[in-house]
Design a protein. Sequence first.
Length: 288
Amino acid sequence: MPTFTALTTLTGKDAAEAMGAAMEALIPEPFGIGVFEIEDGSGLWEVGGYFTESPDRAGLALLALMHGARDFVISELPEVDWVAKVKRELSPVVAGRFFVHGSHDADKVPEGAEPLLIEAAMAFGTGHHGTTLGCLRALETLAGRGFVGRNVVDIGCGTAVLAMAAARIWPGTVLASDIDEVAVDVARANVAVNGLEGRVICLEATGFEHRDLLAAAPFDLVFANILKAPLIALAPDMAAHVAPGGYAILSGILNEQAAELISAYDGAFIVHDHAEIGEWSTVLLKRN
């Protein structure tokens, strides 16, 4: 079955959401609609529709005109088994002692490595993205300096790869939370596959707003690999829930966004390290 995409950009959340809602009335009807902020500081939002038959080009052109958007770019996607393709082409990730791999590379785990099995079809956090890789490297940096995390949480955990990495090298229970129910289910499945049930506890929560997280605070290490806006919004809670002398590993931000993020945490935290991988930054902060 062919798949068609129709993508455009426009300024403002309200306008983007209105356009997304209007696309539902198109004939043929899209089987999926996405509305996303482009995290580059431009203020632009992307609106996309996904169709099983060629979309109404005139209708899309009219919608773009009515909502002040750019002309839609319409493409037909080839029929590809994307999971099989990714499994063939996605190589393992090495970050210090950590070896993040899919089941198709289980026979390639080096001796002495800490293996983390994450399937390519899972949620965000296979280790290939610069933000996840940056967080794993920051974790390795802390561990290499003698730090031992005894009370660790991964906020916005995705696949739970960061929580599992911490559980691999340190004793105790690691908490992992995500705002998305599906991500929490994925995280729990990954924890089970990696033999870490009982060591990594996965919760559905917004930020620190969960009784188990509040009861466990303050933490000596918090991971938060999300996006700039929620990271900045979390700054007061982060200061309240990271123990003095504890650390926060933050990522999900573009290099040009790092200064604004650091400014939001200034006073309660000091910058312990700041690393760039491609266009993405990871910031390691220490609680004053």
